[in-house]
Design a protein around this ligand. Structure first.
Ligand SMILES: Cc1ncc(COP(=O)(O)O)c(C=O)c1O
Length: 403
């Protein structure tokens, strides 16, 4: 490989939530500190333990060498980089600068859109298992989450339950849905047929869709990310989508997401709301980082990254399914997350999911309690680490946890 996905980089004391928040209870979802004698292996918060693409750091350093950081204009290059990157998938073919807007994180986008589209007390449809951060965007703003559970089909693939979605939308008079595509934490990459059916349900009920496509680039071989807006003409007009280079290139600390909204009325309403207070402003280094990421070198780096995380996911599923009886692990189609179903193991061993999670934390296996994601007996596992660290985590799971 040309790029570095094997070095173990010390992030401790380097502002990294993944390390420095452990045992802190800032969000209430952090792992506990390990016992003495065990170092911490971060398998929780959704960032990567790989150095980012060198084109990104180069661009930022070049900009930082010009030692003025005053108010700045969003460059044409910024918009053009997004247009080229998003068009490369064969979708968003008529995307223009006018459809794109900077967002202070996907959470910034969702918070604004929820405030614009709904009133306090309204209900919003989500799928469960659910990315834990959505709860804050919905419930933190005084709205209510309504979950439509994904169900596993006979082959174990998580599927949307269209009848249940339709029923819940009607029962709770829902007008807004947050769709996660690709889906965190299940790792599903929705197919065109699945998205078409979902859009039929939304169209029939006049539901506006907020499509979080932050994981769009991290899709494994044999699967393809289909932007929800590109499903049909109705979706183009009724879906507001959010993207970012942050998951793909490990840039969450720089903050720099963006929306794509084709419908003029919807876009104006969302933009007007955030412009009113000037809170939604880009950081100049983040702008240069995006241009470095969405480049030829960025694509080459990402292609290697995809090989690494897909390889890690295959290895993890193979090892876990073979070694830990009653723990179910399905190969994801994208993202770098695994969602382990431990119900068989807990039933068999008489141990609770708390016992299992804490046994891992005690020996530095820094995984995350699946109950935060509405998985009752589940664990979420982040695989974006050098393979040797994952192997060490598997070894500890075998020796100390699933015994
Ligand atoms: C589905 C999803 N949306 C949004 C985010 C966070 O996005 P941002 O850092 O741009 O606010 C995450 C981070 O894990 C995520 O998994």
């Amino acid at each position: 490989m040309k790029y570095d996905f094997t070095s173990i980089i010390n992030r401790k004391g380097m502002d990294a939530t993944a390390y420095d928040s452990v045992g802190q209870y800032k969000w209430g979802i952090e792992p506990e500190l390990p016992e003495e004698g065990f170092d911490f292996i971060p398998l929780w918060v959704a960032d990567m333990n790989f150095p980012t693409c060198p084109a990104i750091t180069r661009r930022m350093i070049e900009r930082a060498e010009h030692p003025l950081f005053g108010y700045f204009n969003y460059s044409e290059e910024y918009y053009q980089s997004i247009i080229n990157w998003r068009r490369a998938g064969g979708f968003h073919v008529d995307l223009t600068r006018a459809h794109i807007g900077y967002e202070n994180g996907v959470h910034g986008f969702l918070s604004t859109a929820v405030e614009v589209l709904t009133q306090p007390g309204d209900h919003i449809l989500l799928h469960s298992p659910v990315y834990v951060g959505f709860k804050g965007d919905v419930e933190g703003l005084g709205r209510h989450s309504v979950y439509s559970p994904l169900v596993r089909d006979e082959s174990g693939v998580w599927r949307m339950d269209y009848d249940d979605m339709d029923r819940k939308i009607k029962e709770f008079n829902i007008k807004t849905c947050i769709l996660c595509s690709p889906h965190n934490p299940s790792g599903r990459v929705w197919t065109m047929a699945e998205l078409e059916k979902a859009m039929q349900v939304f169209e029939a009920n006049d539901v506006t869709v907020l499509s979080d496509e932050i994981w769009a680039d991290l899709v494994f071989k044999g699967h393809q990310h289909i932007p929800a807006q590109c499903v049909n003409q109705w979706a183009r007009e009724h879906v507001a989508a959010a993207y970012a280079p942050s998951k793909t290139f490990n840039l969450a600390g720089l903050v720099g997401s963006y929306h794509i909204i084709y419908n003029d009325g919807l876009r104006r309403a969302i933009v007007r709301h955030s412009e009113k207070t000037h809170y939604n402003e880009m950081n100049v280094l983040s702008m240069h980082a995006l241009a470095g990421a969405y480049s030829g070198e960025g694509r080459a780096w990402m292609e290697e990254l995809l090989q690494v995380i897909e390889g890690n996911a295959r290895r993890a599923c193979e090892y876990i399914n073979r070694s830990f009886e009653g723990v179910r692990c399905d190969m994801p189609e994208g993202t770098y997350m695994l969602f382990l179903d431990c119900s068989g193991y807990c039933a068999r061993s008489g141990r609770t999911i708390d016992d299992v999670i804490r046994a891992g934390w005690r020996v530095g296996v820094g995984w995350q309690d699946g109950r935060h994601f509405e998985g009752p007996c589940h664990i979420r596992l982040n695989l974006a680490s050098p393979r040797v660290r994952l192997e060490e985590a598997f070894r500890r799971m075998k020796e100390y946890v699933f015994i």
